[in-house]
Design a protein around this ligand. Sequence first.
Ligand code: FES
Length: 165
Amino acid sequence: MKKSLTKGITKGTLNRKDFLLWMIGFSLSSSIITTLVTLYKNIIPPERSLEGKLQLSWVDVGSESMFNEIPKMVYYGEEPIYVYKLEGEIVAFSSVCPHVRCIVQWNPTDKPNPRNGEYTYDCPCHESSFDIYGRRLWGPAPRGLFEQKLKIENGKVMLGGGTPS
Ligand code: FES
């Protein structure tokens, strides 16, 4: 006899055992799909691109004199960005970790990183670290921090070019 998914269902009646089996199958399938989607999102990092989803026009984040060699967090839209002077030039790096998007902290312990004796950006989630140039030093992050486009206009620091996400 041929088995079918509708076995036990006849003209508006539903066998209790088949209904329970159907519910268990549905729940298991939903759980498996949810787990696979979650794993995929956490294992495959988001792509970094200058043509990111958030496209803002140039945003004034403060006067040039506000920034020194210590990274200062500002916002470009909702994206937290570190802005500071590096070798005399103002630079900007996204604080979003390229692994799974936790926010990296500049020098969170107020001491040099014991692994290399230098100040670093450290990710609190899975311990990726990045140097002052945004380069990945270690950890699961697949690459360095996203460098944000900036320009100086009339003494104002302007961020632009979209975000990495
Ligand atoms: S989010 Fe995993 S190392 Fe940063």
